[in-house]
Design a protein around this ligand. Structure first.
Ligand SMILES: C[S@@+](CC[C@H](N)C(=O)[O-])C[C@H]1O[C@@H](n2cnc3c(N)ncnc32)[C@H](O)[C@@H]1O
Length: 219
């Protein structure tokens, strides 16, 4: 029998979050401040249960070197940085000083300033500043959807064999199935998902967590 994934209600999501390692006060404050200060944009933040999942995944693979494209107010970067092994480092890429100004405050509060560096500018260009070595253990992509293919092609060669690429919003809130998607982000995501599926450099799974998260492991 086909198992149909459960659609989460707000109450079920609360239960999911409450029954994993709970978000601490810093994460709760960050979520609340983002909602208060950026009500129009708060939907860009990853879900709380996804943050917990990403910390665990980062820890499980013993990641030391990680990259994030799309930082916003910092929730995913805190999730990754907290999972890094001792001496680990996360490099974040974003275009916005305004959004990442909030992230910087929370990195400081979480004692993570030493393990996170931020590069401001369009990631298609600024990614070229990444050194070839050391190879990356973990990559998280959550920025402009039309840029994903470019980021993928720049980053896959930089990930070590066995390292992971995590790609966010691959379901586009269900619009990925629209026969004629009405926005360029979804059109780009249809092509991107097909590209990942046909990329023999990785094995991957598309998880129906939050808005869809692809986890690809470099062969
Ligand atoms: C969906 S939000 C990221 C959410 C974040 N991961 C979190 O957990 O809160 C997308 C971010 O990508 C950034 N962005 C958009 N276009 C970009 C580009 N071309 N290069 C780098 N960052 C970009 C935006 O400024 C925004 O902060």
């Amino acid at each position: 029998m086909t198992k149909i994934p459960l659609a989460l209600t707000a109450q079920l999501q609360e239960y999911v979050v409450a029954n994993g390692s709970a978000p601490d006060e810093i994460v709760r404050d960050l979520i609340a401040e983002t909602a208060r200060v950026l009500p129009e944009d708060q939907g860009m933040q990853i879900a709380a249960e996804q943050a917990g999942f990403m910390t665990l995944l980062t820890r499980i693979i013993g990641a030391r070197r990680a990259v994030e494209i799309g930082t916003f107010t910092g929730l995913s970067s805190i999730a990754i940085a907290r999972g890094l092994a001792d001496g680990g480092k996360l490099t974040c890429f974003d275009v916005s000083d305004e959004f990442t100004g909030i992230a910087r405050r929370y990195w400081s509060r979480a004692g993570l300033t030493d393990r996170i560096e931020l590069i401001i500018g369009p990631a298609a260009d600024t990614l070229q500043q990444l050194p070839e070595e050391p190879h990356l253990d973990l990559v998280f992509v959550d920025a402009d959807k039309t840029g994903y293919l470019n980021y993928w092609e720049q980053l896959v060669p930089r990930v070590r064999p066995g390292g992971l690429l995590l790609i966010d919003n691959v379901l586009r809130h269900g619009h990925i199935l629209d026969p004629q998607p009405g926005d360029e982000g979804t059109i780009a995501m249809v092509e991107f998902n097909r590209h990942v599926l046909n990329d023999s450099r990785v094995e991957s799974v598309l998880l129906p967590i939050a808005d869809g998260l692809t986890i690809a492991r470099k062969r």
